[in-house]
Design a protein around this ligand. Sequence first.
Ligand code: AKB
Length: 320
Amino acid sequence: MTKILVTGSLGQIGSELVPTLRKKYGNENVIATDIRPNAPTFICEEGPYEILDVLNNSRFEELIKEYEIDTVFHLAGLLSATGERFPQKAWDLNINSLLSVLEFGRKYQFKRIFWPSSIAAFGPTTPKDNTPNETILQPNTMYGVTKVTGELLLEYYWQKFGLDTRCMRLPGIISSETPCGGGTTDYAVEIFYEAIEHNHYTCFVKPETKLPMMYMPDLLKSITMLMDADVAKLEHHVFNITAMSFTAEELVQEIQKHRPNFTVEYKPDFRQTIADSWPRSIDDSSARKEWGWKHDFGLTEMTKDMLEKLINSKKIFDQN
Ligand code: AKB
């Protein structure tokens, strides 16, 4: 029986991955953890929830022993924009916690570890369009530096100790359950909340900014597929993955099809430089070939679904 621990469970991805994993493996077999004490009921009442600062090694190890953990989804970490404001903290949190997970994996012989890398592993010298899986990795953000380092660590533990590490370079993730924060691709999520609430959005990147993106249902599907993949068929441990690429302006036009009075002004800030250093589109053919990756949502389907979900859940109005 698989016993899973998820770090960063209350974040944008964790809050939707935990219920997905609990459905698949059973509520009691998925231990949600986060540094924050106040977990929403759907996380802390449907299965175990433990407070965990991932830099607290003894507490981390205690939980691994107590629950006999054999699989970790390590999602805790600082994103690109926050990482530029606090570079040392980004290194400390993103790398030292990953190193602990890998060491626990070796010591307790984990079955598998999932860790998200990012398009931030690429940099200004990487080819911008249809960026290959194997290419130049010279990021110019601390977040990107931690992602490249993390990828190398996963590869090292795989080669040296046979630890089964699996990783995807995530594009911007768009979702309706938990608002995101601290990232550069956040505009592609915030815009939906603002469109519904104020019919207006001030966008922090230029209209022509084009980045790879993915809708949460596709992300959850891809993580499950990668973790279920037959190890014998995997030539990589780190995969490019994508579903769509669009400019900020194209996203606005798509939202305006549903909300014709929606308006946007563009006020680029420091996150523009980060966005400009990342690819416009990604070649994820290795993921498609090695474990059958196929996305369901493009810009049109995602936009329609996001607006419907946010309006129906009334989440936006409850927050205020
Ligand atoms: C960010 O914008 O920092 C993240 C990412 C692309 O890794 N969403």
